[in-house]
Every structure is written in structure tokens, then in C-alpha cells.
Design a protein around this ligand. Structure first.
Ligand code: NI
Length: 405
């Protein structure tokens, strides 16, 4: 007889404790693919603006798991027939593993190489990996069941909604964590209250009527974090430099340029042969070590971009109230005259976000519903003037990025 599993805890700045009560969760945390997330920053280039934003995707994965654990333990008690005990473990596994397919600086890598983290997470769970082996050992059906939660094809939509919807454990954790680590207070909302007012109801996640204002606060936190933190112009500038580094390196690779140094993971990225093993070898440190080596490359564009990124000599930006073709062309000419290739040095950013969508959006996220004492469901924006004001597509002013000349 094996010993009963002893509860384990992690100290966490946001949740105080992350509690592990199931041996499967403990084993998954110990896999090398999960440990890799310790080496990837949650906010990518966010640390160039907010120096506290050094937290890892590992911390966020544990936090998302913890919120899910707390939610499902309440669902169990208030089972309305749409939530079963078997759903608990699958939800917790999916929460823990939901970001395992993130590359370092994944937004830039995704935009240049088309490597989608959602797709990679599914591969890391269902194809050869330690995660796949651990899940398979418990039940051969488990890897694909967990993957289906992330793909939103799990037979119970509510299970996917817990991890990915307009009110989910993923968002609740990253808003609180990113706010805490960046040192801003916009992202703060009352998590404890939220956990008390979220219910499973007829196959979806709803908020009780008394929790309406807590939900309002959560949606506002999301709105504020996007405009004040995630779309910060300096963070975006670093992202554009990064994107240009990858674009230039890919271009050189296609020209059979001989790099002094290309790490294994980037090799696979450039040649389009990314298997799980090569992907596993990509993290922030590897990428930054390559950039440091590329400071000395013979190619002046690659060397300059890498120096800019590492030394934080990013691109300057100016606001444009509307797109002005003439002005953009003038700026491109100026940059070219100074000896820079505008295709790597001039960028236009058009930040856009949906803080809340009252209709089903393209990703199949259902709106948020408030559950009245009479048992009726009302879509959130019909219950709150504040939510009505931020619902739908929000666009910020355009920014034109170029080097200081
Ligand atoms: Ni996440």
C-alpha cells in the first residue's frame, strides 16, 4: 500500500498559498515542461517598463490552478447537477497546463513565425513529453481530455469556461499578479468576493445578483490593465524591436547567412521544424544569450537591433490621432536617409481590445450573466451602466515608432 498523499503548499505573493492536494497535480508541477515555465517571464517585454515585472509563467500557472481549485471545491458543494466530481481534476490539470506552450516573448515570436501558443500547449500535453506520460499513467484518455478543455471542445463547455472565457481563472490570476508585480493598483479587484459569487448554472458560469458590483470591478480592472500596462508604449516599443530582431534573423537565415551562434531552439524556429524537444529548449535566457552573441554579428542591422533591445535604446514614438499616410512616408524617408532600413525601424501600433463583449465573440466566449434571486439570467451590460460603457471594441490612438535621429 502506498502512503496517502501529503498536502503540499507553495508560498505565493498573490494567493498567499497555492495548495496541492492531489498527487497528479504534484507530479505535473514536477515535469520538465512545467519547470521550463520558471524561465519564461509572464509579461514578455513588460519588464523594460515596469522593473518589477519579472514574474514567471510558472507563477501564473500555479495561480490559475489555485483559483480553479478554490472554485471547483465550491462547485462541488453547490452541485446543481451540471458539475461532477470528475470535472474537478480535469479542470485543475487544464488550469495548471494552460500556458505550457508559451514561447519566450511569445507575442513577437507568434507574429513572426506563426507559432501559436494554444496549439503548442495542446501538443505539449498530447504528444511526447513528461506531461503526456504523467497524465497517461493515470488514465490513457486523460491527455486528450485535458487538451480538449484548452481547445474548447470538451463535452462540457462549462469546464472550458473556467479556464478560458470572459470570467475565468486565467484572467483573474494574471490581472492580480501583473498588477501586484508591476506595482500598479488598477488590476486589483476582490478575488475572495468573486469566488463566493461565481456559480455553475445550466452549463455556464454565472454571477449571483449580489456579486454584480464585484464583477463590475473585475471587468474594469481588466480594462485598466490593458490600457495602462499591457499596451504601454515603451513595452510595445521593445516588442517592435524584438519583432525586428526575429524578422532580420529569419531573413538572414533564408539567405544562408552564417551566424556565429544559433541556439538549438531558434534553429528549429527558423527552419520551421519545431518539435516538442526543440521547443522545450527555448526560454528567455537562451534567447537573450543569442541576442548578446548577435551584438557582434557582421550584419549591422541585426547587431544594432540586439544592442537596442539589451541596452534599452528602444524606438521613440509619437501619437497620431488618425492614420496620416503622408506623415508616415515622410518619417520613413527620414529614417532611410539616416541609414536605417524602415522595414525594421518604423512601426505603427494600433492598440485595440475587447474589455467585455456582450455578444458571443469570434472565439466563442459567451457573455457574462447575472443570476437574479428569481432564477432569471440577465446579460451583464443590461445590469450595469459602467459595463455598458466599456463593452465592445476599444481603440487607442495610433503610435508611430522610429529611432531617434
Ligand atoms: Ni494564462
Amino acid at each position: 500500500m502506498s502512503k496517502p498523499f501529503e498536502e503540499r503548499v507553495f508560498r505565493d505573493p498573490v494567493h498567499k498559498y497555492v495548495t496541492v492536494q492531489h498527487p497528479l497535480i504534484w507530479k505535473l508541477i514536477g515535469t520538465r515542461e512545467m519547470q521550463r515555465l520558471r524561465r519564461i517571464r509572464q509579461l514578455g517585454t513588460g519588464y523594460v517598463t515596469f522593473h518589477g515585472a519579472e514574474h514567471s509563467r510558472f507563477a501564473h500557472a500555479l495561480g490559475t490552478y489555485e483559483i480553479t481549485r478554490q472554485l471547483v471545491s465550491r462547485f462541488g458543494r453547490e452541485d446543481d447537477g451540471h458539475w461532477s466530481r470528475e470535472d474537478d481534476l480535469i479542470s485543475m490539470c487544464a488550469a495548471l497546463l494552460h500556458d505550457v506552450g508559451h514561447a519566450p516573448f511569445s507575442h513577437s515570436i507568434e507574429s513572426v513565425f506563426g507559432e501559436q501558443h494554444e496549439h503548442r500547449s495542446v501538443r505539449m500535453i498530447t504528444e511526447y513529453s513528461e506531461i503526456e506520460r504523467v497524465l497517461h499513467d493515470v488514465d490513457p484518455a486523460l491527455p486528450s481530455l485535458v487538451a480538449r478543455v484548452l481547445q474548447k471542445t470538451h463535452p462540457k463547455r462549462i469546464v472550458s469556461s473556467l479556464i478560458s472565457s470572459q470570467l475565468d481563472a486565467d484572467r483573474m490570476d494574471y490581472l492580480l499578479r501583473d498588477a501586484y508585480m508591476t506595482g500598479v493598483s488598477y488590476g486589483a479587484f476582490d478575488l475572495e468576493r468573486m469566488l463566493r459569487v461565481i456559480r455553475p448554472f445550466e452549463g455556464r458560469i454565472v454571477v449571483t445578483h449580489s456579486g454584480k458590483h464585484a464583477a463590475e470591478h473585475y471587468l474594469l480592472a481588466r480594462y485598466q490593465m490593458h490600457w495602462q500596462v499591457y499596451f504601454h508604449p515603451v513595452t510595445r516599443s521593445a516588442e517592435f524591436v524584438l519583432r525586428s530582431i526575429f524578422l532580420r534573423a529569419q531573413h538572414l537565415w533564408q539567405q544562408s547567412y552564417r551566424f556565429a551562434h544559433v541556439p538549438k531552439g531558434l534553429h528549429a524556429l527558423f527552419s520551421g521544424s519545431m518539435d516538442n524537444e526543440s521547443f522545450f529548449r527555448l526560454d528567455d535566457a537562451i534567447v537573450q544569450a543569442a541576442f548578446d552573441a548577435w551584438r557582434d554579428e557582421r550584419d549591422p542591422v541585426l547587431a544594432d537591433l540586439c544592442r537596442r533591445f539589451l541596452d534599452r535604446h528602444l524606438l521613440d514614438y509619437e501619437w497620431m490621432q488618425a492614420y496620416d499616410e503622408q506623415h508616415v512616408q515622410w518619417r520613413r524617408d527620414q529614417v532611410a536617409k539616416a541609414g536605417y532600413d524602415p522595414s525594421y525601424y518604423v512601426h505603427i501600433d494600433a492598440p485595440m481590445d475587447w474589455s467585455y463583449a456582450m455578444n458571443d465573440d469570434a472565439r466563442g466566449d459567451s457573455p457574462l450573466y447575472v443570476w437574479t434571486p428569481e432564477g432569471a439570467l440577465h446579460e451583464m451590460s443590461t445590469q450595469s451602466a459602467i459595463v455598458r460603457a466599456i463593452q465592445g471594441e476599444q481603440r487607442g490612438a495610433l503610435r508611430l515608432y522610429a529611432p531617434r535621429l
